[in-house]
Design a protein around this ligand. Structure first.
Ligand SMILES: [Zn+2]
Length: 225
């Protein structure tokens, strides 16, 4: 019994940490704080070349920032996707991106068995071993996948705050109908909405109220007759 409950509280703590990681990833463009607080959860291989950035000879830091931006964009798309199929599509893209990086890292760890000497001239340096192919195909488990699992579990609760000036618009809703990340945003926005309503309709409303009062007054008069 106790064992189970401590296991449950551990998994709850992990889920909470994964939620904090996801929100930090989505809401903060600058990656320093993310890297300080959640280094262990970041996707593997982000400092190597992204397949399309190879031509530009980026530094590891540039690669890292570009890769993080790429992940962030896909996570945001998944967060707001209105249809289940669309969510699954972006989830698939996120995993493809991660697994391609893992595969590239494994590939880079394999000794070069063939070398190009000149155009059309190749030199064989060693035998290709079947374990190399196996190494490329074997994906090792990474903590970032737990964050992706968590992201998938949050379906229906991933929201963007209705206050356009909110400092952290991506939030996890407690109720499916929730539109604002916090009381502060909801209160502020409802007050603002009320003010806007009064500015555009206030005069009309007051005139209608006056007319109603007058009609009531008229009826009272006619009754008295
Ligand atoms: Zn908000």
């Amino acid at each position: 019994m106790e064992k189970n409950s401590s296991k449950a509280s551990r998994s709850r703590l992990l889920a909470e940490r994964l939620d904090r990681f996801l929100l930090e990833f989505l809401n903060v463009e600058e990656s320093q704080r993310l890297r300080d607080r959640f280094r262990d959860l970041l996707p593997s291989g982000i400092e190597s070349d992204h397949e399309f950035s190879r031509l530009f000879h980026h530094s590891p830091e540039e690669n890292r920032d570009q890769n993080l931006r790429g992940y962030r964009e896909l996570m945001r798309e998944m967060w707001v996707a209105p249809l289940d199929g669309q969510r699954r599509y972006f989830a698939f893209q996120l995993r493809s991106r991660l697994y391609r990086a893992l595969e590239a890292t494994a590939r880079a760890s394999i000794p070069k068995t063939v070398e190009r000497k000149a155009k059309g001239v190749w030199k064989r340096n060693g035998e290709w071993k079947s374990e190399y192919s196996e190494r490329i195909r074997t994906l090792w488990q990474t903590p970032f996948e737990e964050a992706l699992d968590r992201l998938e579990k949050l379906t229906g609760r991933t929201k963007v705050c209705g206050n356009p000036d909110c400092p952290a618009r991506y939030f996890i809703a407690q109720r499916k109908s929730q539109r604002y990340c916090s009381e502060a945003c909801a209160g502020l926005f409802q007050r603002q909405a009320k003010r806007n309503w009064w500015e555009t309709h206030g005069r009309e409303w007051r005139e209608q109220q006056n007319q109603k009062r007058q009609r009531r007054g008229d009826r009272v008069k006619t009754k008295r007759k």
